[in-house]
Ligand binder design. Structure first.
Ligand code: ATP
Ligand code: MG
Length: 190
């Protein structure tokens, strides 16, 4: 599951769990992006903070793990590189499903070579409240859409809450609330 995870929240975790259930996945690997090409660098927390929050949030689930492939690669993050790296580090015959929000999938396919990506993974787009999918513009085949139980949570909203001094308990895992506070993240965020 790819994302910026700035911070990871219960919407991400529920989406991962829902897709894992529907597709009978053995494992969900969370892959925090290095430098997301859609977002400018100064607006995003450090890769290490985002990685650690993702580790904290997923630690209790034996089927969840976190990969550093994107944060350890130089330059901007492209999904094609992510898939190649994951493929290389997986046992022969591993079937890869790339999970992300349907909104993000539309962007990925508008910029990159969908054909080659389809050879490496099956794509799963999670729907979320406020994002309709009437014309997502996906290439034929290779993409499944999954309806995730409506959790109106976004990282943008969490950052705004922290900046405004509002509580984020129960929107993100407890350990992530504590990590945000300990590191002083998002205090000056918009
Ligand atoms: P931001 O508000 O900073 O864009 P985000 O909440 O969208 O953050 P991302 O790290 O961008 O979080 O999320 C990765 C993917 O997870 C995105 O493609 C997004 O659509 C999806 N996602 C985020 N929140 C939810 C949610 N509540 N339900 C389902 N999918 C979600
Ligand atoms: Mg987003």
């Amino acid at each position: 599951m790819g994302g910026t995870f700035d911070p990871i929240h219960h919407g991400h975790l529920v989406a991962a769990s829902e897709v894992a259930g529907q597709f009978e996945l053995d494992e969900v690997v969370f892959v925090p992006t290095g430098r997301p090409w859609q977002k400018s660098a100064q607006d995003v927390s450090s890769p290490e903070d985002r990685y650690l929050m993702t580790v904290i949030a997923t630690a209790s689930n034996p089927r969840f793990s976190v990969s550093r492939v994107d944060i350890d690669r130089e330059g901007e993050t492209y999904t094609l590189d992510t898939l190649r790296d994951l493929r290389e580090s997986s046992p022969e015959g591993t079937e890869i499903f790339f999970i992300t929000g349907a909104d993000a999938l539309s962007q990925i396919f508008s910029w990159h070579n969908a054909h080659e990506m389809f050879e490496l993974a099956h794509f799963v787009g999670c729907t979320r409240p406020g994002h309709t999918l009437s014309d997502p513009g996906f290439p034929d085949g290779g993409v499944s859409l999954v309806e995730v139980p409506a959790l109106a949570i976004s990282s943008t909203d969490i950052r705004a809450r922290v900046a405004g001094g509002d509580p984020v308990w129960y929107l993100v895992p407890d350990g992530v609330v504590q990590y945000i506070s300990k590191r002083g993240l998002y205090r000056g965020a918009s």
